[in-house]
Write a protein that binds this ligand. Structure first.
Ligand SMILES: Cc1ncc(COP(=O)(O)O)c(C=O)c1O
Length: 344
């Protein structure tokens, strides 16, 4: 099957499987796993942070950041469509015990003015803001500019607040913005980034930040049950994700651009190909929002060997990744022409 539901579906490469089989391991809860230690150092270095802690997933890393930065009963400010709000099962309320407050953030951009209007001090009726969260690349498929991030940084500095970045796809953002990921990470205090997704490792994310923050996060990771013992087996794949895969993400972006440009030629598809910043292509079909017809598309693609997500209110998302090359893109386009062009 060709799977374009997400970049989370990527299988580890043969080199990763070999490195995993041969990984030198120890008990990571004692700090004894040399491969995990190497991965944490490498991840921190690549983002210009003092340290990093290995965690099982992106959701875990984000929630650990909230749990570490934000005292119980305080308020965390985030963009409306961000992953922490939309897809982490409301975890902020149960783990960190914080109140989340969202701001409209078109294309994932939080403006300084909107932000400042929401920040609060602790008073009889109001919780104190304790943290601001950003997401880059945004799961709406957008790379948020350094300028926009700087605007948030300036407000955060004025209010002496930390900023956490959900950088699940920070290397995609860096490739799209043509900048070093360190330049993105420099504008925030902590950053979570995934080794899985477009980087192909099977499991794992890193949470990076200042030394004291990482030490505290390591303690809280234990509270969350995230001490993983001989985790070097997973970290070995993570090291290859960072050394071999971060440099090639632009290829996935090019495939997405190519796919978007060709989809735009199919009558009925509404798409702005120039808006594909990273490896995600969003489009709408059919124009009249015929839900039953749109829903049949998923089954049609499956019958032709392609897995796509069910449309959300007529909106489709195709995601390119390591296993989607020219040949796969050609097949996706051929089936798209059949499905959207009249077969249904
Ligand atoms: C932007 C963003 N943040 C966080 C996550 C969570 O990662 P995980 O699925 O590893 O929990 C995802 C997953 O797709 C994501 O897209």
């Amino acid at each position: 099957m060709i799977d374009i539901r997400s970049d989370t579906v990527t299988q580890p490469t043969p080199a990763m499987r070999k490195a995993m089989a041969e990984a030198e391991v120890g008990d990571d809860v004692y700090g004894d796993d040399p491969t995990v230690n190497r991965l944490e150092r490498l991840g921190a270095e690549m983002l210009g942070k003092e340290g990093a802690v290995f965690v099982p997933s992106g959701t875990f890393g984000n929630q650990l950041a909230l749990f570490t930065w934000a005292p119980r009963g305080t308020e965390v400010i985030l963009g409306e469509e961000c992953h922490i709000i939309q897809h982490e099962a409301g975890a902020a309320s149960t783990i960190a015990g914080v109140q989340t407050r969202t701001i409209p953030a078109p294309d994932g951009v939080l403006t300084g003015t909107a932000l400042e209007a929401r920040l609060r001090k602790r008073e009889l009726h109001t919780p104190a803001t304790s943290l601001i969260c950003l997401e880059n690349a945004h799961s709406l498929g957008k790379a948020v500019s350094l300028k926009a991030m700087n605007e948030v940084r300036a407000v955060a500095d004025k209010w002496k607040l930390p900023v956490h970045l959900d950088g699940a796809r920070i290397f995609n953002a860096a490739a799209a913005l043509k900048t070093d990921p360190k330049n993105i990470a420099a504008l925030v205090d902590s950053v979570m980034f995934c080794l899985s997704k477009g980087l192909c490792a099977p499991v794992g994310s890193l949470l990076a930040g200042p030394r004291a923050f990482v030490d505290e996060a390591r303690m809280k990771r234990k509270i969350m049950g995230g001490g993983m013992r001989q985790a070097g087996i997973l970290a070995a794949a993570g090291i290859l994700a960072l050394t071999e895969h971060t440099g090639r993400l632009e290829e996935d972006h090019q495939q997405a651009k190519n796919l978007a440009a060709k989809l735009a030629e199919i009558p009925g598809i509404i798409i702005k190909p120039e808006e594909a910043d990273i490896n995600m292509v969003f489009f709408t079909w059919p124009p009249g929002a015929d839900e039953t017809r749109a829903a049949k598309i998923t089954d049609y693609f499956k019958s032709r060997g392609i897995l796509i997500n069910a449309p959300d209110r007529g909106g489709f998302r195709f995601v390119t990744h390591y296993w989607i090359r020219d040949r796969e893109v050609e097949t996706i386009l051929a089936v798209s022409r059949e499905a959207f062009g009249g077969a249904l």
